[in-house]
Design a protein around this ligand. Structure first.
Ligand code: PMP
Length: 405
């Protein structure tokens, strides 16, 4: 028998399949709303000006070489990344109880965090993680890969196109004590629906009283509001309240470093002693997985985070990206509501936040947009706001109007 005869053929990744179909389409007015990457107003990838500047600085640095980084990554990067997400004045940082490890972007942080929990979390029962319904599809695969079974908690309510807060709270309360909950720190993917500040406070209160573990995934710091501090407020609040937690951090979107794979995992144990033990085990795991993380992207981000001038420039670049996305939300909303008088309410488009919007249209309507108008989106009705620009917004709005009428 042939060696691989029992290997089943897997379907292609749906997002990458969508991109391939878009690329192959010769129609001039085609629109790609599937992609989870920022595009400028001419639909081109955007290299942040501050990244160009930092790249030049690295190129002119004669002291740099290609030696291995330490197992847990570039120290100037991990320390600055921790301050960025937890705040420079975080008491947990001052107390030396934050463990930071450089990872292969946000995906790698999720994987390392999940693998660490699988091996070392004090599981009372079966290894399970609660994921928001819906969530980034990769979360399911990442946890399954390390033997943790994904369960859903209610999150999105199709009736309101908003948060199912009562459902969410209900599951937090009914779950066994010390359950693990994955939380999107901001700019929830795929819905664009985030809890309010007050809702986060309630979530933290229940998690604390039930001793649940918060597994934060933060892939869009700065992308939600345009403000790095605002977008990390939930994470910071949980640290302040002492909810047991870790946070996965990605610089793919906010620094436009998608392919460079820059990220970090930060675990926040209650004591420095626990942190030292956790760090020792994360080092052992990292060694067997990747030995040591890549240097180039981490050097770029470390330069920017550790230089006041470059840091200000980065914040301006983030505002440029978040601002354009927020403008597209406003404009799409006003074309649908005020001009075309498209049936239904479209307020969720301006209330939702971050890269994505859940339009609320059906799978059939999504397919119709693709088939009739060459507008590519996932069949859950999610659109990437970054795929809209001043040249294609009206075309999209008019065709959306047609399919919902
Ligand atoms: N988590 C979420 C919720 C995401 O949307 C993404 C990016 N699509 C990631 C993690 C990880 O992305 P990356 O590995 O490119 O940092």
């Amino acid at each position: 028998a042939e060696t691989w005869q029992d290997v089943p053929l897997a379907p292609p990744d749906s997002i990458f399949k969508l991109t391939a179909a878009y690329k192959a389409d010769p129609y001039p007015q085609k629109v790609n709303l599937g992609v989870g990457a920022y595009r400028d107003d001419d639909n081109n990838p955007w290299v942040l000006p501050v990244i160009k500047k930092a790249t030049q600085i690295l190129l002119n640095d004669p002291t740099l070489d290609h030696e291995y980084l330490p197992i847990t990554g570039l120290p100037e990067f991990t320390a600055a990344a921790a301050r960025l997400i937890l705040s420079p004045t975080s008491p947990a940082l001052a107390e030396g109880r934050v463990v930071s490890v450089q990872t292969i972007s946000g995906t790698g942080a999720n994987h390392l965090g999940a693998l660490f929990l699988s091996k070392f979390y004090n599981w009372d029962g079966p290894k399970q993680v609660y994921l928001s319904d819906p969530t980034w599809a990769n979360h399911h695969a990442i946890f399954r890969n390390v033997g943790i079974e994904p369960l859903n908690y209610p999150y999105y309510d199709p009736k309101t196109i908003g948060l199912d807060f009562n459902g969410f709270i209900g599951t937090l309360e009914s779950a066994a004590p010390r359950s693990v909950f994955l939380l999107h720190a901001c700019a929830h993917n795929p819905t664009g629906v985030d809890p309010t500040g007050e809702e986060w406070e309630k979530i933290a209160e229940i998690m604390l009283s039930k001793k649940h573990y918060a597994f934060f995934d933060c892939a869009y710091q700065g992308f939600a509001s345009g403000d790095l501090d605002k977008d990390s407020s939930a994470v910071r609040y949980f640290v302040e309240k002492g909810v047991p937690m870790l946070v996965c951090q990605s610089f793919a979107k906010n620094a436009g470093l998608y392919g460079e794979r820059v990220g970090a995992l930060h675990v926040v144990p209650p004591t420095k002693d626990a942190a030292d033990r956790v760090k020792s085990q994360l080092s052992v795991i990292q060694r067997s997985e990747i030995s040591n993380p890549p240097s180039h992207g981490a050097r770029l981000v470390a330069l920017i985070l550790n230089d006041a001038g470059l840091f200000e420039e980065w914040k301006r670049d983030i505002k440029t990206m978040a601002g354009r996305i927020i403008d597209m939300r406003q404009e799409l909303y006003s074309v649908l509501s005020d001009e075309l008088k498209t049936p239904g309410s479209w307020e969720h488009i301006i209330n939702q936040i971050g890269m994505f919007s859940f339009t609320g249209i059906s799978a059939e309507q999504s397919r119709e947009l693709t088939e009739k108008a060459h507008i590519y989106l996932t069949t859950n009705g999610r659109i990437s706001m970054a795929g809209l620009n001043s040249h294609n917004l009206r075309y999209f709005a008019e065709n959306l109007d047609k399919v919902v009428r």
